[in-house]
Ligand binder design. Sequence first.
Ligand code: NAD
Length: 508
Amino acid sequence: MNSSNAAAGTLRQVGHFVDGRPLPGSSGRYGHVFNPSLGVATAQVAMASRAEVVAAVDSAARALPAWASTSPLTRARVMFRFKELVERHADELSLLIASEHGKVLSDARGSLQRGLECVEFACGIPHLLKGEFSDNVATGIDLYSMRQPLGVVAGITPFNFPAMVPMWMFPIAIAAGNTFILKPSEKDPGCPMRLAELMLEAGAPPGVLNVVNGDKEAVDALLDDSRVRAVSFVGSTPIARYIYVRCAEQGKRVQALGGAKNHLIVMPDADIDLTVDALMGAAYGSAGERCMAISVAVPVTERTASELVEALTPRVRALKVGSSIDAASEMGPLVTGEHRDKVRSYIDIGEQEGARVVVDGRNHVVAGHENGFFLGGTLLDRVTASMRVYREEIFGPVLAVVHANSFDEALALPSEHEFGNGVSIFTRNGDVARNFTQKVEVGMVGINVPIPVPLSFHTFGGWKASLFGDTNQHGPEGVRFYTRIKTVTSRWREGVAPGPQFGMPIMK
Ligand code: NAD
């Protein structure tokens, strides 16, 4: 991302969305938003200053008392209207995602749908906020607990899901009675800005959802504002760790989801055609820019490895790489030229480390889109656990094949890896699948399913360096994250004066 103090020029301008209206940026700092299929900058996004973030927190704090005291049913009805509006604008939003991120339109539409599922979950907030009640725990005494909103909360999101990841967060937070500040990725801010406009149209009062665009300066301003009670972060591991530590120091509630290196174990009894189909979508869909992408295939036994690599090779070569808005494309470009170059450099590193480059996507050119940020699908065989291409997250269309001689060796690879987001096993043997599921040190597991992303009414989160904090995203954990529990002991008994009691109260 190029940042500059340059004048606005002719590019579309993306500012902030504060207090129910668009707010042009005033910091004088901008970044570029690209159309990755064309390789040209299409918009200039404002980088918020500390003062602009404070104005957004002011707005959220002003909106909080009235919003927190509306009934959960009223808030659910806003979510129902928001869901309808997003559905009505799905084509426009998908096109925005495809043209700023680079994922193909069908994938953009699918990611929007996965976000909408969280809105549907949030529509159930009256039920989700029901507390607990114990009648007559002692004579005339009732005990109950309720979940109350935290206040002003913030979400900081990555480039790879500009609709879905923000929708993991703000629908549940807002339905639970909080007001929200979203700091989306500066690489593709168009869709999050439209979502904020649609929330206003759905009936969320000004200030309930604010969007500030920006970089580290905006993030730090959110982390340092004592009125921001909780921070939900999704992005790379170094930043997740930083957010977690800085929030924890200040006593803020925090969930910080980081990077991934997801393995797919191929047992000797796996159906190879099914496995290859699964790997094609999971490794190369969205150009590998998914936190649940499969980036490592682990065939068990040399025979399985040869069969797998032989079946994969022609499929990777035949991958249709093209513009994100071309219906024939199976894979679009990388998000920026900078990121494309970083992914390409990893293929160089893999080659230098001794991996066999079976399919080389480094010099892939898409006719008519010569300046686009494209790479072809890449297949690296004979990768070993000590190589950087195995240890580090590449976040691109590069699949590494690591050979294992036994189930135990295969189980150890994801279990001992720094990251623990997702993992998958392909087998026909139920005992093997169950054993693997029980033992593997990873947060989300797929059995004959390549991208095991849980639905909105379950929760999403990895282990180890893939998540810092105690609660996952969405589902019941999302409700717990955005609320705090209050427990009340009450006596309503007419005409009884118990008199002073100096011992520890006990229930009779
Ligand atoms: P990133 O960490 O670079 O950026 C994420 C957010 O942090 C952005 O809003 C960005 O503006 C902000 N940020 C960047 N540098 C910062 C700094 N120094 N200080 C404070 N804030 C900063 O991540 P990305 O490149 O946008 O997204 C890709 C990463 O996100 C990958 O590592 C991917 O695995 C991860 N991801 C994880 C999940 C998950 O659920 N675990 C989901 C999606 C993406």
